[in-house]
Write a new protein. Sequence first.
Length: 493
Amino acid sequence: MTATKLYTAEQVRALDAAFIQSGTPAQQLMKRAGRAAFDALLARWSEPEEITVYCGSGNNAGDGFVVAALAAARRIPVNVVLVGEVEKLSAEARAAYDFARQEGVVMMPPGPAPSAGVIVDGLLGTGISGEVRPEYRQVIEQINASALPVVALDLPSGLNADTGAECGLAVRAALTVSFIGLKQGLVTGRAPALTGELLFADLSVPAEIYKSLTATAERPEFADLLAALPSREADAHKGSFGHVMVIGGDTGRGGAAIMAAEAAARTGAGLVSLATRPEHVGAALARRPEIMSCGVISGQELEPWLARPSVLVVGPGLGESPWSEQMLQQALATDLPLVLDADALNLIAAGRLWREGARRDNWILTPHPGEAARLLASTTAGVQQDRYAAVRSIQQRYGGAVILKGAGSLVASADAPVQVITAGNPGMASGGMGDVLSGILGALLAQGAPLAQAAALGASLHAHAADLVAAERGQRSLLATDLLDYLGELLGD
């Protein structure tokens, strides 16, 4: 089973049940999980001074008991902090508890935090949905305050396995080992800040078990996405690769539109033009003379220019002035494929240029959580509470393809699993990143990439370029325009 498939907690429980019904005892499966986690721990920390395993009352507590037993068998000092009640353990977890006791593992109630070694988190499993209960919250606070490295069993306790939201408080792990099926909540939202290194162990579940379920989401491979971009014929000319027009750059916001246009050029569009406020044309020509820049002061002036491009990118630096509305109105009146970002999305959400219930199948919308909240008449916190539901809702309401930006960007299109882009880094939290993404997306559409594939490839290309920059220069000083020089390296010939 490829780890690119992502599942809900309910689906993973179904996989687990199907595997057990096929003849593998649940106790054996628990031992495999504990062994996988223990091996991963030793691969990262080969000689831990001691191991402290925190266990609740669920089945991942059973995995924790197995880890403790294996550590004791290796003569590694180990203790179990038992937060849950033994009487509430399942039969399999109780057997693992007895196994650990037989190996001489000491069971103790919560007390002072350990001061050395490695912590193993077996407190809470995939079933949590509401707030972490006070007795567990207190222990999680203690674990996080210890500053010791933590190995999370299946997922960090307090993290929602389906949404990636933090249920009030969650364990901050250095390493997470996920079992049987990789949970979709481990790769987006708060999860990237909590999981640390993410490993997957299928516990030898056979491939035919996985075929019984359709994954709700996927982590696409960059090479597979790149294959969606048509190759270039030897006799190609600039007209073969489309014409992207970027529309944006209201007064004082010209840089955003210029960055988007340059990104489109660097991503391989045959022609790139820029429609912006007249005062920004000089800066655009000085920055990148290959871009055909025109100054327009009204929608009426823009209209003749719209006969030339094959794709429109609208929103970078657009603003929300009467000029902005005229620019977007003219773009929406065309049948051209669109990429909408920033204030173009805010104007759509405001309802002045787009009627409720209308849909369009040839555009890519690229909201960050705040813009997504406006599109859904919700809140940013509401969007982040369930990013999967939010991106699907936007796609169903507005059509086309939608990229919900953020850590673990989500890409939704009609009748397909959500694509999760796990590349990228915190250095991308700086101005202009979304403008560069918009230009990339426009260029991919202009070159003939299908809408859904262009959205996923563009988001992945953008994130991988940022990772290359960060690897060379660090994250803290990363600028949006730094990505431009790395796009060609990633795109190849």
